[in-house]
Write a protein that binds this ligand. Structure first.
Ligand code: NAD
Length: 420
């Protein structure tokens, strides 16, 4: 490696670095730190699938339960070519802290399969899902570990997992997954919950910084579930969403994109590219546009040591998990950029997943306005708690969120007396 080239840290190295910073700031005792720092269970499975051409392909799948001191494991399932066991461990650690930051009674988990669903037929994805679900059956269950959608998985995938699980019990078990279709025990408001939660934390950040949301200029990297729902709410509240991207293109209009039309365009064509009335940009140009709010809503390591100095946003709202590296954090902090950290910013999804799990257990379903009202309360209360920690301990918002989450996990671990 040339002397000037810096090694890119894996998501797990980044997650552990953040964990250590929070544990140091809390002066967490060594025994407790050792118990929480490592995953409780890591399951690696081979997922053989008969493809439509008649041949069998064996995919690698994972389910990690990082920590269940505060309740059953909770975390999404990702289908993506870049899935590795290390990435799933990182995401499971972040889930542990995220559930604790918003104070819902879950531990942290995550799952994934290394595959490219964009190149697979719906039948192949169904066979992959059922085989993967069967392989992780020993870990999941409504009282053990509850999966949900993540990148390139959706309510249909959750329905197949629920069905596969229910086949083994002989009766339907809706609470084994969240993010299900409404007709199978899903919750109103779950589909847009992550984006809605992102929106509520942006409202809080704007209030805190005295930056009017009305007329604010917004850029969204990753126009999927989380990114498009956040963009839609911001647009409805009179912010200008001037640029968005997905894995196939970036579109820009300095007067603001027509978000409802862009959502329809993406639904029809599969991408935001070539949207009428927009200019194309490169991914680098998109991230460096002058704007008030930048929402990275795709994957990890998007804003890093190489590009952070060109970011011109006043607020970065981390809809994605792990989109800003620790090197980038330092650069952004020096510039005074206000970062709403992922484990706070995107916690709306898991919060409404919790509401869905509660509704499934009660067999009693809530109106959409009840879901939104409860979500708004949780997100805004959590934002204020993180902000208070940040001000009291004079740390970054990220370390403050990690400290809040970790202190709750540590307290639960200590009270349960899990350590000698
Ligand atoms: P999704 O599959 O609905 O959307 C992902 C989007 O990102 C797609 O539009 C894809 O084209 C785009 N994308 C992928 N690579 C890109 C790139 N290099 N540049 C620009 N765009 C790119 O996934 P999602 O559920 O919206 O998840 C997005 C992020 O939000 C992930 O980091 C996920 O972990 C996080 N998240 C999601 C939820 C949820 O409930 N869906 C909850 C919390 C966090």
């Amino acid at each position: 490696m040339p002397a000037t080239e810096t090694k890119v840290k894996s998501a797990y190295e980044v997650a552990l670095e953040e964990f250590d910073a929070a544990a140091d700031a809390l002066e967490l005792e060594n025994d407790l730190r050792a118990m929480i720092r490592f995953p409780e269970k890591v399951l690696e499975v081979s997922v053989p699938v008969r493809m439509d051409n008649g041949q069998v392909t064996a995919f690698q799948g994972y389910r990690v339960q990082y920590n269940t001191s505060r309740g059953p494991g909770k975390g999404g399932i990702r289908y993506h070519p870049a899935v590795t066991v290390d990435k799933i461990k990182a995401l499971a650690l972040w889930m542990t802290l995220k559930c604790a930051v918003v104070n819902i009674p879950f531990g942290g988990a995550k799952g994934g399969v290394t595959c490219n669903p964009k190149e697979m037929s719906p039948n192949e994805i169904e066979r992959l899902t059922r085989r993967y679900a069967a392989s992780i059956l020993p870990l999941i269950g409504p009282a053990q570990d509850i999966p949900a959608p993540d990148v390139y998985t959706n309510p249909q995938v959750m329905a197949w997992i629920m069905d596969t699980y229910s086949m083994t019990t002989g009766f339907v078990v809706p609470g084994v997954v969240t993010g299900k279709p409404l007709s199978l025990g899903g919750s109103l408001g779950r589909n847009e919950a992550t984006g809605r939660g992102v929106f509520y934390t942006i409202e809080c950040a704007c209030d805190h910084l005295r930056l009017p949301l009305k007329g604010a200029r917004v850029v969204v990297q990753g126009f999927g579930n989380a990114g498009s729902c956040a963009a839609h709410l911001l647009d409805t509240n009179q912010a200008y969403v001037i640029a968005v991207s997905d894995s196939r293109g970036c579109v820009y209009n300095e007067d603001g994109l027509d978000i409802p039309k862009l959502m329809l365009h993406k639904e029809k064509t599969g991408s935001v590219a070539n949207f009428h009335g927009s200019e194309a940009l490169s991914p680098e140009e998109l991230l460096s546009l002058p704007c008030d709010i930048l929402i990275p809503a795709a994957l990890e390591n998007t804003i890093n040591g190489d590009n952070a100095s060109s970011v011109k946003a006043r607020i970065i709202a981390e809809a994605a998990n792990g989109p800003v590296t620790p090197e980038a954090d330092k650069i952004l902090e020096a510039k005074g950029t206000f970062v709403i950290p992922d484990i706070l910013c995107n916690a709306g999804g898991v919060t409404v997943s919790y509401f869905e799990w509660v509704q499934d257990a009660q067999h009693l379903f809530w109106e959409a306005q009840d879901v939104y009202g409860r979500l708004e309360h949780v997100m805004k209360k959590s934002f204020q708690e993180v902000l208070r920690m940040q001000a009291e301990r004079k740390v970054s918002m990220r370390t403050a969120a990690d400290m809040l989450g970790l202190s709750r996990v540590a307290e639960a671990t200590r009270l349960r007396g899990l350590y000698p």
